[in-house]
Design a protein around this ligand. Sequence first.
Ligand code: LLP
Length: 430
Amino acid sequence: MHSFHYRDGSLHCEEVDLSTLAERHGTPLYVYSAATLRDHYRRLKGAFSELDLHIAYAVKANSNLSVLRLLAAEGADFDIVSGGELFRVVKAGGDPGGCTFAGVGKTRSEIVYALQSGIYCFNVESEAELRFINELAREVGTPAHCAVRVNPNVDAGTHKYISTGKSENKFGVDFQNIQGLYDTAAAELPHVVMRGLQMHIGSQLTSAKPFIEAVEKVAPLAAELKAKHGIEFLSIGGGVGIVYRDSLASGDEAWWSKQSEGGEAPLTLEEYASALTPLLKPLGLRILLEPGRFIAGNAGVLVSRVLYKKHGSAKTFAIVDAGMGDLIRPALYQGHHDIVPVREAEAGAGAETVDVVGPICESGDFFAQDRDLPKLEQGDLIALMSAGAYGFVMASNYNSRPMPAEILVDGEEAKVARERQSYEDLVAGE
Ligand code: LLP
């Protein structure tokens, strides 16, 4: 569900007209819906009501302080992958004691910072890292709580760049080496306390099957580690996919019930939770989820303006003022984002097959190719849907383009969650 709907012929985020925001703040412009963020957090929590469930929001998906503050107020914990993300969580008023720290390449300064901040757990990805954390915990004089990330060698069936649970991926420790590593920790590493076990098989999963396969494999291991080493939690990672197509219609509850009656059904929370709960409940462990995209993805759009139309011999281009530097998912993962006009197309108005492209000097700088869209004119506003996760956070200044502003809408209120960068910002520090 999300809160982007047409009202009086114009696309709104909750009660706020996107065209008004574009006038006031310029484009390109990220706009997030607070109601949607809260709704997704609460739905996920509610779906697993039978478990001792903790949601560690994956900060990487959208790390704006206003978003983190909102989720902290909901009671979320946080999954971080860098010292910078820990800094953001603390700045936003989140509890470092609820942070899990993932990633294959944690540095000395990041580990020390996390130890000094008293994070909940390091999710460790190699024996070398575990030994290094032990060493730093000795130096800092505080025990390091750790979990090992197990690589269950399961195919997540998602894009190869966001698939993480196969043996050939760089992530985690091979399943067959896990027990040995916990034994080593107990025997040789006095400054680490093994607190849990973690897995994450990939992102944007659109079927429950790989999750089930992985949890069926990992749950018995977690039970053994609980018995032998007293671990208290199992994290099953993030990865729940969202709807990228039909994204306007999917804002309505009715769309989902229609989907579940047949047709191309996306992964629903009910499906995910009802398949996993019976596997997880008997463990008697605290269960952690690390959702990023599920919480933030459909909660944001990128608003952009058509600068020019160009009719070439092979194609028609709509050249817009957002580019791959603002939203890189299409260029990097062939990611699909629905594109809708902010002013609702009138019934019977013409359609056109266009490439929607950005201003950056790269042929990969496109948002859509050969897409049938309502006819766009110079000056029209469009919304790139489902851009709330892995949108702004992956933005860059390539071509010396200032990063867009971010707006958080809550009901009738719209506040600047991050100012648009200036030219001075571009050269600060050089
Ligand atoms: N936990 C770990 C250890 C992760 O590596 C990730 C995502 C998550 C949780 C959150 O996954 P989610 O629930 O958001 O699927 N930039 C890519 C996605 C990269 C995901 C990286 N890891 C994209 O735009 O599709």
